[in-house]
Design a protein around this ligand. Sequence first.
Ligand code: 13P
Length: 287
Amino acid sequence: MLVSATEMLKKAREGKYAVGQFNINNLEWTKAVLLTAEEMRSPVILGVSEGAGKYMTGFGTVAAMVKAMIEDLKITVPVALHLDHGSYEGCYKCIKAGFSSIMFDGSHYPIAENVEKTTELVHAAHQLGLSIEAEVGSIGGEEDGVVGMGECADPNECKQIADLGVDMLAAGIGNIHGKYPENWAGLSFETLAAVNEKVGEMPLVLHGGTGIPADMIKKAISLGVAKINVNTECQLSFAAATREYIEAGKDQQGKGFDPRKLLAPGAEAIKATVREKIELFGSANKA
Ligand code: 13P
């Protein structure tokens, strides 16, 4: 069932768990995430960065694939199809393509411009029943060409953006896209607590979910985080399982080169990662 992320995140925030956003890259990724969410009776968000959308030939292709797959696989849990770190133009493209949720990442604009563009996009999204995420502060590191310095969000600016009627808010709290460096200082719970205090019941979003230790995840959820984004970790699991298959020479045994065989261990590895995260985030049996 393709839905906006509004209800699932409201429920998650109230129930003190988080819904996972798993970024998709192709058919295998989408299928693995959907089947795992269904198996665990968990709501789920499929994240699509602008780079991944382009890779999959366009947002129209992605929306058509996801909708058809939900039907063909008989997925009954709530699924949101969400643009990740969208530009202003990208948001409109996804609204047109039939996504059910968008993120406008205006964090690199001065706050007044972020407010202005977010206001307009909130209106455009809500008119058609889509949910919308905004960002304040920035997520460190790089994801598909989106680079952030990782500055912590200003709680007052968070309140300003939350008051525009967004459905979820990403606040930079020392989180980073990709692997965390050895010397990472950890999440700034001081910032998260201050943001949470200011924004009331707004579901908060934790980006850079790859490699955050379980105790930090739990603490973040207790401070209002209701959506956690995971991208790199599925890529690492997929790559490791595929490498193992090829290094064991399995692609050269019988018809082991058949893509349905060659990509199977990677797909299973994505499922295992998604399963582990759904358990940690507490969203199993919440569909
Ligand atoms: P990771 O790649 O670090 O898991 O981050 C994912 C993310 O935040 C997507 O927006």
